[in-house]
Write a protein that binds this ligand. Structure first.
Ligand code: MEV
Length: 320
């Protein structure tokens, strides 16, 4: 959704879930990601003076932003250059329902909504490819060498089949999926998790390569399962994917425990989602009612928040 006048532009972006394939996607394996209905809204107004930024983590002049926010600044700078505007005379406000650093793609979502707002405010067309490349400026600062899956999944309104450097394919899913997402409340550091896998690849090449290959196979099988509407096979693949992420060292005790709680609640499948080392897990239910049962058991275990939804309706239920 976007609202634009000559002085103000308001644009949104949704977050994302990686269904299968995180980490292996950095090494060229295929992955499947989908929109998650938590959203960020950016309001950009023309206002004389230096660019002022307002968000839950930083409020003040853009030039005094923390090093961690350097990527957003670079992305804004480049976007303004593209629309022939000086790096000044804006007030940028971020209202986000996406928790930061939980594997839900908050950083890419913020950058997407900012770039969309800048181009809308100055009435310039913006192709998806151009949006992708501008957002990747911010993502490269945030994550080192991101595969681009977060940005691609958040630009898309549909689940996607993603393989680095290849065409992004929207996936038509034959059946509704009932998905539960539980948030540990702990920040997962994607940069560190990706770095750890890289270091492990150097020290234990064969073990890591086997895992990456297995995750690649899981991705291919998950795509077939989605197209055929086989949620039982899909669920099984999610559990298998989680085992491989454990081998890669990006899971932890709490994430593993949450996967087991979901399994005991009868989830068809469950795994960590995103970079890991904190953040969230996702689980697959048989119906919306079943998703609620799984969600309740996860919430009772003391997590910070649990959401559930069906891919066929645009309603996100939260247990918080
Ligand atoms: C992060 O959401 C997904 C990772 O695979 C990193 C990436 O693809 O850039 C862990």
């Amino acid at each position: 959704m976007s609202t634009v006048s000559t002085r103000t532009a308001i644009c949104e972006s949704h977050s994302k879930l990686i269904l299968v394939g995180e980490h292996a996607v950095v090494y060229g394996k295929p992955a499947i990601a989908m929109p998650f209905p938590l959203k960020v809204r950016v309001t950009i107004q023309k206002a004389v003076g230096p660019i002022m930024f307002e968000s839950s983590i930083y409020t003040g002049p853009i030039d005094s932003m923390t090093v961690k926010m350097k990527g957003i600044k670079a992305c804004i700078e480049e976007s303004l250059r593209c629309v022939d505007q000086p790096f000044a005379n804006l007030r940028i406000r971020i209202d986000s329902a996406i928790p930061l650093g939980r594997g839900l793609g908050s950083s890419a979502a913020i950058a997407i909504a900012i770039v969309r707002s800048i181009f809308s405010l100055f009435q310039q067309g913006l192709s998806e490819e151009h949006l992708f490349s501008l957002v990747q400026i911010a993502e490269t600062y945030a994550h080192g060498k991101p595969s681009g899956i977060d940005t691609a999944a958040e630009i898309s309104e549909y689940p996607i089949w993603f393989q680095k450097g290849k065409e992004i394919v929207p996936l038509v899913i034959g059946i509704p999926l009932y998905i539960v997402v539980a948030d540990t409340g702990r920040n997962g550091d994607t940069h560190t998790a990706v770095d750890n896998v890289r270091k492990m690849y150097v020290s234990e090449t064969e073990k890591v390569q086997n895992s990456l290959d297995e995750i690649g196979t899981i991705g291919e099988l998950a795509r077939e399962a989605l197209l055929k509407g086989d949620v039982y096979l899909l669920g099984n693949l999610l559990y298998r994917n989680h085992e491989e992420l454990k081998i890669l060292g990006v899971s932890d005790g709490e994430l593993n425990n949450l996967v087991e709680i979901a399994r005991n609640a009868g989830a068809l499948g469950a795994k960590l989602t995103g970079g890991g080392l904190g953040g969230c897990i996702l689980a697959l239910g048989e119906s919306l009612e079943h998703a609620e049962v799984i969600a309740t058991q996860l919430m009772d275990s003391g997590v910070s928040n649990v959401w559930y939804f069906s891919t066929e309706e645009n309603i996100l239920y939260s247990l918080k």
